[in-house]
Design a protein around this ligand. Structure first.
Ligand SMILES: [Cu+2]
Length: 123
């Protein structure tokens, strides 16, 4: 019985610690908007962006992942947002939070003819 009480006490303490840990987590800044920001993944594969054209909500994060064996970039060309990943080797990721409403076209600087895409941000 003594052991059982001790065990329950440990569980309770662990639970409380876990809760306070969650509450104290300020590691990431909450994006603006309705608080339901999402992560949208774009794969760099077969020298294309997949999906090439995405529509997201303000505050969402786009994560590009180079799933090819060659170097790519994700680089804005024109529009409301501006970014440049620089050279991304195989397996590397680049992430960006989009807050400005509107469409931005982008491309891979190494394969600018065949590797293009757009990010459209809606409110
Ligand atoms: Cu490329």
């Amino acid at each position: 019985m003594q052991y059982l009480r001790a065990f329950i006490l440990i569980l309770a303490v662990a639970f409380l610690l876990g809760c306070s840990d969650d509450n104290g987590d300020t590691g990431t800044n909450p994006p603006p908007g309705n608080g339901t920001a999402e992560r949208i993944d774009v794969s760099m594969v077969n020298t294309t962006f997949s999906p090439a054209d995405i529509t997201i909500n303000a505050g969402d994060t786009v994560v590009w992942t180079n799933n090819d064996q060659i170097i790519h970039t994700t680089t804005s060309v024109s529009g409301v947002e501006s970014w440049d990943s620089g050279n991304m080797s195989s397996g590397e990721t680049f992430r960006k939070v989009f807050n400005n409403v509107g469409t931005t076209s982008y491309r891979c600087e190494i394969h600018p003819v065949v590797m293009t895409g757009t990010v459209t941000v809606q409110e």
